[in-house]
Each structure stands twice: as C-alpha cells, then as structure tokens.
Design a protein around this ligand. Structure first.
Ligand SMILES: [Mg+2]
Length: 274
C-alpha cells in the first residue's frame, strides 16, 4: 500500500474500534488509537511476512501486542487482512467469542500472544525470538509495549535478557503516548528518557513520530542490518489520536462513546477511510 492507502486503512481500523466498543458498550479506544499507524504499517505496509489463510504458517513473522488492552485495533487489522470475517468484530468481549477483551492466542486466528497482564507480552516475545534463533529461522518478532507498561519490572528483565541473548530478530515499538490508566506516566512512575535506558541495556534505539508511516517503515528497514542487538523504536504518539474529542483526554483510556460521539466519529473517520 502507498501512504495514502495506509492512512485510509488506519482510519478504517479506528472506526472499526469505535463501532465494536459502542456495540458491546465496553473497551479501551484511547490506547488503541495511539498504535493505529504502527499496527497498520505492520499488517498493510509490507513489514510483516504472514499468510492470513494460514495463520500458523511456521515461517511467519510473529507479533505480540503486549499492551493487550489495545486489542480491538489489532482484531480490526486481522479481520481487514483476511484472518477472519469482519462481521466477527462485533463479537468482541462476548461469551464464547474468539475476540476476548484481552488477547488470547488459543482463540484468535493470527494472534501470537496471550497478553493483558502487563509486561508479560514482551517476555513472551523475547522467548519467541530466542526460539526462532535456535531453530535457525529467518522469522522476525515484533512487539508493542506501552510507556505506562514500563512500570512493570518484567519489562526490564526482558530488556536485559534480549540484549544478553543478542536478539537482533526482535523489534519492539514503545507507544510513548505519555499516559497510562492512572494518570501521566511522568507522575506515576517518573520514567521519561526511554532512549537512554534502552541504550544503557545495550539495545539499538530509534526515536520517531509514531503516527508517520514513512518514519515507522524506514525505522524498521534501518534496523534490519543490526546483527547482534534487539531494536526498540520509541514512538511519540497521541493517546486517542484521530478524533479531536479523544486526543490527550485520558478518560478515554477505557470509555464508551455516546450516540452523539459515535455520529462525530463516523463523520470524521468515515470520510478519511474512503
Ligand atoms: Mg501510555
């Protein structure tokens, strides 16, 4: 896809998320919107080597959404990629659905990581990356973590292990939207300079605009020659990006739109998606 088509796709995925959350009256739209361009680039920008008709293809690249509460956006990307019918998106958070409120790899076609307990997804991704090295596979592992999620000790244990294991097949996107459930990341944990921290742990680090397809795709390409280090792409993002009434309003971490807000969302995102 070219840049214009990627933008349309990101708008479509955001609108899917709003429709899903509105339908089931539950979910996390704000944290999903901040990673819309990252996930769109992974699935539609030529980054991930996957086969939607064969979700368990052994040579596939893996993706783990460690900030699992953003999963409606990932579900929308999987459906729009052809892993399952788009009508199934409306089964989100319902009894016996394949689309649980947090990702469950045993249920959802195309989902490589059971997450939601924050921090564990990165540990899973590190284990996968090491496993692929042992098997001498060319497959890559991509993982998205949140800035608030970096409060978790297991994140830093995983960061330390990945560097020590020289996992150059692991690329982590850090969704640096400056907010977490309980408030601003700066106020809650005081973690600010992620680049310095990851570099100290021995990672290859890049800082980009997480809503720029050009920067996301070129960051992944530029990290490819790395031979002995994992890469973190620190993405400056806006929580709720895409709808003016949601942007940087942390009450949208977990919130359901009103009918009036849905009308606005359909108007704005519906136009962008065409
Ligand atoms: Mg955050």
């Amino acid at each position: 896809m070219n840049s214009s088509d990627l933008k349309k796709t990101a708008a479509r995925l955001r609108l899917d998320v709003m429709e899903m959350v509105f339908d089931v009256q539950d979910g996390h739209p704000g944290p999903a919107f901040s990673v819309a361009e990252i996930i769109t680039a992974l699935y539609f920008g030529g980054i991930m080597n996957i086969r939607p008709h064969d979700p368990l293809w052994n040579e596939r690249d893996r993706f783990v959404l460690s900030k699992g509460h953003a999963c409606p956006l990932h579900y929308a990307a999987l459906a729009r990629s052809g892993f399952f019918p788009t009508e199934e998106l409306f089964s989100l958070r319902k009894i016996d659905s394949r689309l649980q409120g947090h990702p469950f790899m045993g249920k959802t076609p195309g989902n490589d990581g059971t997450t939601g307990s924050l921090g564990n997804g990165l540990a899973t991704a590190v284990g996968m990356a090491k496993g692929l090295v042992i098997q001498k596979k060319e497959s890559k592992v991509f993982c998205i973590i949140g800035d608030g999620e970096c409060n978790e000790g297991i994140i830093w244990e995983s960061v330390m292990a990945a560097a020590n294991l020289n996992l150059s097949n692991l690329t982590v996107f850090l969704d640096n939207n400056l907010w977490q459930s309980g408030g601003s990341v700066e106020a809650v944990s005081g973690i600010c300079d992620f680049q310095e921290k990851f570099e100290t742990f021995g990672w290859n680090t890049l800082c980009i605009d997480g809503h720029s397809f050009k920067e996301i795709i070129s960051a992944v390409q530029s990290s490819r020659p790395m031979k002995d280090k994992p890469t973190v792409i620190i993405c400056s993002t806006v929580k709720g990006k895409g709808l003016p009434f949601m942007e940087n309003d942390n009450s949208w971490h977990k919130r359901v739109p009103t009918q009036e807000q849905m009308d606005i969302a359909r108007e704005i995102l519906g136009k962008e998606a065409v």
